[in-house]
Structures are given as C-alpha cells and as structure tokens.
Design a protein around this ligand. Sequence first.
Ligand code: GTP
Ligand code: ZN
Length: 290
Amino acid sequence: MARAMKYITKGIGGFYYVRTPDGIVECKARGIFRKRGITPVAGDNVELSADGSMIDEILPRKNVFVRPPVANLDVLFIVASTTQPVPSTLVLDELAAAAIYKDVQPVFVVTKADLATADKLAQDYATSGIPLIQLHYETGEGLDTIREYIRGHLCAFCGNSGVGKSTLLNALAPELKRETGQISQKLGRGRHTTREVEIFEVCGGRLADTPGFASLEAQKLCRIPKEDLQHTFPDFEPYFGQCRFTGCSHRSETGCAVREAVDQGKISKTRYASYLTMYEEANARKEWEK
Ligand SMILES: Nc1nc2c(ncn2[C@@H]2O[C@H](COP(=O)(O)OP(=O)(O)OP(=O)(O)O)[C@@H](O)[C@H]2O)c(=O)[nH]1
Ligand SMILES: [Zn+2]
C-alpha cells in the first residue's frame, strides 16, 4: 500500500511544517538538499526520517514556482472583477499562459457581477478553452463550481488588489478569517508585509495562501520563450499545422490560419492582441533575462 502523503505546509527560518496523518510536525531538512541545489518549499511531498524530525526526501515535483515559492500547484484561480478595478485582459491572459506553461489549470473567476455586467469578459473568453466562473454572492452561484475545482487539488488564488480574493476565500472557507477591504492594507496584512506561503486544507482540497500571488506580475511566475507562447493559448490549437508556413509565428505571415480564425471571430480579438503583445515582449527580452 502506498504510504500516506506528507507535504510541507510552510517553511520559515530553516524549519518546515509537514502535514502527516498524525498532524503537523516541525522538521529540518537534510543538508543534502542544499548540495543538490534544491530548496524545499510549501507543497513539496516529502518523506521523513524515522523519528519524524528530518525531511529525508523530496518527491518529484509536478512544477515549482520561485516567487511565490510553492510546488505541485494544480489549479490557479485568476480572479477579476467586472469593475473596481476594471480588468485588463492582457494581465489575465499573461497569468493564464504562465499557469498553462507550468502545467497548472487556470480558472477565471469573475466577481462584482452585481456592480457591472460580466458579459464582455465572458464573451472575450468564450472560445479561450479556459473555464470562467461568474460569482453571485446573493444566490451563491459559482461557489460550488469553485469548490469542485478545489476538491483533491492544490490551488491558489491570484488577481489584482481589490478584486475580492479575500471576500471569496471567506465565502469558501470562513475558518480562514481573511480580512477584506481597505482595512487589511492599513493593518499591514496587505501586500506590503511579507508573509510565508502557507497551505490549508479546505473544501476537500488544499489552498496555498500565497501573498506573492496577490497583486502579482505574470513575469515573476515564469518567462515563456516566444516559440512556446502559442502552446499556452488553447484557443489557437485547432489551427496549428494549417498555416501556410511551417514555423509561422501567427503575427503577420500570409496564410496564417490563426489570424484567419481571429478574422472569422473563432478566436477573440483580445486574446489575439494579448498574444501579439506577449510575443513582442518575449522577443525584446535580453538573452540574460530569458
Ligand atoms: N459589490 C461587490 N463588492 C465586492 C465583491 N467582492 C468583493 N467586494 C468588495 O471589494 C472590496 C475588496 O475586496 P477584498 O476581498 O478585500 O479584495 P482582495 O482581492 O482580497 O484585495 P487585496 O487584499 O488588496 O489583494 C471589499 O470592499 C469587498 O467588500 C462583489 O462580488 N461585489
Ligand atoms: Zn500562423
């Protein structure tokens, strides 16, 4: 029988907190990891020494992020509000692409549908191949769908300051008691304080409370080489192999099947515009930044 999974919930000052079937234990990591250039991070599945005081082994990772430091993420909820703040499709597309590049399922969550319509966003992402969940707190619509994504997975929430991440987390897991609104920033629990990544068990899954994801720039998550960029846009996939030129970058080449799909409304214009911007950014990146 497979041994029950143990994983790091939090690392702080050289100590690691590991969730085991018997509860959370405090551990140190063996020196071998430093020699191998591996830093244990929250989300790592581990094996402990017989007395339970040492991390002996870090099991192979599905993925790992440096900023914020977390491993084995399954789902990234990208939270956007209909208004206050008005969403940027470029930022949303960058985050979704970063997730896909790291083998993480992106899921858009739209808040504040009571203040403005979510139709525009829903339309922009209708053919994106990325799920989009609209939230309505009065009816609870959307919450169960989010819970289904969390179940059995390691998840994180990201999105700009003020989009309603804490409000959403409180609705999903009131035990987290997240502070919401302006006050949280004044009290210093906002983005100006450094907190450690910490993983909580909620809704039958795991939630990585990641301060770094809050108002994050996708660039910090990962940099996608321009050749790989097209593969982080699921909506482009049906057209691969149909462009006139092999190695088509889907920008200005004649006979580009992706651009044709944009003209025919099969790929949304905002998605394609994001691709072009991201491609130019990748192109302009200096060798040492890549
Ligand atoms: N009308 C309305 N207001 C909302 C909704 N969701 C959140 N808010 C409000 O938006 C404000 C910001 O919400 P928070 O949950 O603190 O936002 P956050 O994303 O956690 O913000 P940071 O902590 O700065 O990252 C608060 O005043 C919330 O009450 C919603 O669906 N509708
Ligand atoms: Zn093309």
